[in-house]
Write a protein that binds this ligand. Sequence first.
Ligand SMILES: *[C@@H]1O[C@H](CO)[C@@H](O)[C@H](O)[C@H]1NC(C)=O
Ligand SMILES: *[C@@H]1O[C@H](CO)[C@@H](O)[C@H](O)[C@H]1NC(C)=O
Length: 656
Amino acid sequence: MGIAVLTMKASVTELFLVLLVTGIYSNEEITKKSKRPKFTVPQISCDVKAGKIIDLEFLVACPAGCQEPSYHVYGSGVYASYSSVCGAAVHRGVLGTSGGTILVRKVAGKSRYKGSYANGVQSLSLPRWRESFIVSEGKPQKDVIYPSALTYSSSKSPDAKAGETTKAYQKPSVLGATAQPVTLPRGSVAEATYSALPRPSPSAVSTAGSPRPQPVGHRSQEMGTQRQDSLGSAFQKLAGADVSLGFVPKEELSTQSSEPASQGDPNCKVDLSFLIDGSSSIGKRRFQIQKQFLADVAQALDIGPAGPLMGVVQYGDSPATQFNLKMHMNSREVKMAIEKITQRGGQSNVGRAISFLNKSFFSKTNGNRGGAPNVAVVMVDGWPTDTVEEAARLARESGINIFFITIEGAVESEKHYVMEPNFANKAVCRTNGFYALNVQSWFILHKTVQPLVKRVCDTDRLACSKTCLNSADIGFVIDGSSSVGTGNFRTVLQFVANLSKEFEISDTDTRIGAVQYTYEQRLEFGFEKYSTKSDVLNAIKRVGYWSGGTSTGAAINFALEQLFKKSKPNKRKLMILITDGRSYDDIRIPAMAAHQKGVITYAIGIVWAAPDELDVIATHPARDHSFFVDEFDNLYKFVPTIIQNICTEFNSQPRN
Ligand SMILES: *[C@@H]1O[C@H](CO)[C@@H](O)[C@H](O)[C@H]1NC(C)=O
Ligand SMILES: *[C@@H]1O[C@H](CO)[C@@H](O)[C@H](O)[C@H]1NC(C)=O
């Protein structure tokens, strides 16, 4: 009670300050009130994803039919902005199947979205996404001006980028604000308040006028950060007082406080950590060059809460955090912090430092945003004194994109000192040198600044451990019925081998399993059985023709149980079913079970196969997942198409 009174007292003073600051503009705004344009609700189609729309709060009209499963929805209640806006509204129960108007509001990204079935729509789960939205009935709130035309993200891949351009999750203009941005003197106190101020309550509007949200992408790096911080916290306290005074809805506060200002390059939203070499062998001079390099990168990056964040870990015998992701929120401060780093000395235990990254550095408490890709740049002078491959693999599998910069690597006569030859290439993803940079001499390291910045900011390519060729568990379900015949069965196995050849196969990349079926089913080999491509191809060759009936439904169930149940959670599950005839048993329920378990199913039918059955077995849309071939000898023609479809589908999926 005593505390509440104190807070209120402090807050009243702050409220007074705010009124003073914002009051300056109230006159101007009152005169423009009458110029408010007439409002029409913009329309969108069912397939428009929230991330494509830049506006943070809007009314929108949806057409009929948005409950179709092809309009994917991720989450329940709070939806990832990768979802169809209208589809989410049907799922939420605020939009009927005949369409209508809804209200959409963007909120911060989440680390987990749970799928559920509601109002005829099955929504999907998603581990995390940069931005979310909530939907409610299309009743305009009083005092809020909604856009009558929506602003769409113009980026080439709008779904991946849209979240990066909308940072502040603030309310749109409140009644009384002008349609044009208010220009403020740069660096003025008023400018600072505009980014940190919670939306005033309707009751405050009439007296104070209302601030507009800051233009997205605005930079105020030059501004005294300390002053901004103290103002920011003062306003947060003010927001707290608002609750006790009862005039700001609670849920607005939670979204306000998480995203105080819009700063930094929104086209490069990454959580970036540098692992710098502090071992004794590097020497003072080169350590200094390394620091200069870091400072140059920090300068080139335009660091800020809406753009890249940067932290530094120094390794020697053991790793130590110099500063984490949230300690310094702009380039200037990061550079100052880099200047203060002193060399630790010791060995060059890079592998140990990489393990440290995943276990502690990239944790939420250290400022990991979840909604931004995790990137680690490892600087190595010479070579490490421990091994890196395994630590790097584990880190990659938990989503950290690892770059290696090796400087003055071992020359021929030194190579026998290196305990893990070719360590840099083993530590990074195998993508044609994208993640590994080798620099001949410390004195030309500065030339690497721009290439590195370009790569770490290329968020579309930062899918390190995940590509369409190295991230799946693929189960072949092969029809061994009598109608196939021995010769054709060999052709089918060739086809299975030719498809398998296209993937990167290992225990951590793509894994292959196979089931043969007639009336009965037989596990030929599971996902764990082989971990090299040649072993897999040999195993396919050895599959013996069984001969019998065709129970395709039972075979699908068997594959789910014997193959896919043992699939790893971080793998994409692909089932490729090959049949030459109509099934004797029901395929509908097993197929539905496969789809519900997230197994992406391709159905390949030959000669006597029933196209209608193939379409039911295949994942929606059937035209991408269902194939019919008139004779066994033409099977080979479909290999490239199937690979291409698998990759197209992979690349269209949300990834962080
Ligand atoms: C890395 O971190 C993630 C999330 O905290 C965790 O699930 C995973 O097991 C960690 N991996 C390793 C190798 O420590
Ligand atoms: C498999 O690949 C080989 C070699 O490219 C080719 O000759 C053969 O026709 C292919 N067969 C099938 C069924 O894909």
